[in-house]
Design a protein around this ligand. Sequence first.
Ligand SMILES: *[C@@H]1O[C@H](CO)[C@@H](O)[C@H](O)[C@H]1NC(C)=O
Ligand SMILES: *[C@@H]1O[C@H](CO)[C@@H](O)[C@H](O)[C@H]1NC(C)=O
Length: 232
Amino acid sequence: MERNWICFLLLLLVVHIKASKHDIDIHQPLSRIAIYETVLQLDPSVSIQATPGLLGLEDKQAEYVTVTFKRPIGAAITDWIGVFSPASFNASVCLEDKVVPNRDLDPLLCTAPIKYQYANYSSPNYASNGEGFLRFRLINQRADFAFGFFSGDLFNPVLLAVSNTVTFVEPKRPAYPRVAIGRVWNEISVTWTSGYDLSEATPLVIWGTEQNGDAYTSAAGTLTFTRNDMMW
Ligand SMILES: *[C@@H]1O[C@H](CO)[C@@H](O)[C@H](O)[C@H]1NC(C)=O
Ligand SMILES: *[C@@H]1O[C@H](CO)[C@@H](O)[C@H](O)[C@H]1NC(C)=O
């Protein structure tokens, strides 16, 4: 009797664990990745390289990067590449994450990928020859990038290799200017996005009229959003 009860309890436990493992809220493609399940198994035979390493040389704010990778032994269609930004996504370097209360386990990685693709996407023979490449469009989002090579599909990620770092030459430069009509008829607002803090650079707009040229400067204010502002 008592034994039956224990069995029942165990069964319940197993069912519960199974349910929570697959209980992923798939409201957008990135939420398919069970990044918190990641296991680290760095494999020196796996290589991953991203080129070019320096972006934005021609004032561009978005560029394509080619990632080439090799997995001589064990290549499978479930291998995938994740794009991380900032490039140092090893949890041992993101100290702020260690102070989050009520955590059951320390995370292995401090962030989730911002993009991903299966290793065979551009290389249909990847699973048989273990070689492939992918192209990712990266936008200047103020931090550098690195690529992680994972096996085990999206729901059992095993990190096998990490690429070199890719960075924009001027990651903080002002970008995406927006001009709008102001609250009153003779007012125009100019807003832009910049990585500079007020202590590093004074934001201002230099403007003028056709007759006077760039004769005026208007001071600007700054609103800063950090990673913690992005939590829901
Ligand atoms: C590529 O990988 C995906 C994801 O694992 C799989 O669904 C697809 O069938 C694979 N394609 C080929 C050509 O092997
Ligand atoms: C993360 O850092 C730890 C400790 O320095 C190290 O053992 C581990 O290999 C690193 N992981 C990666 C993916 O580089």
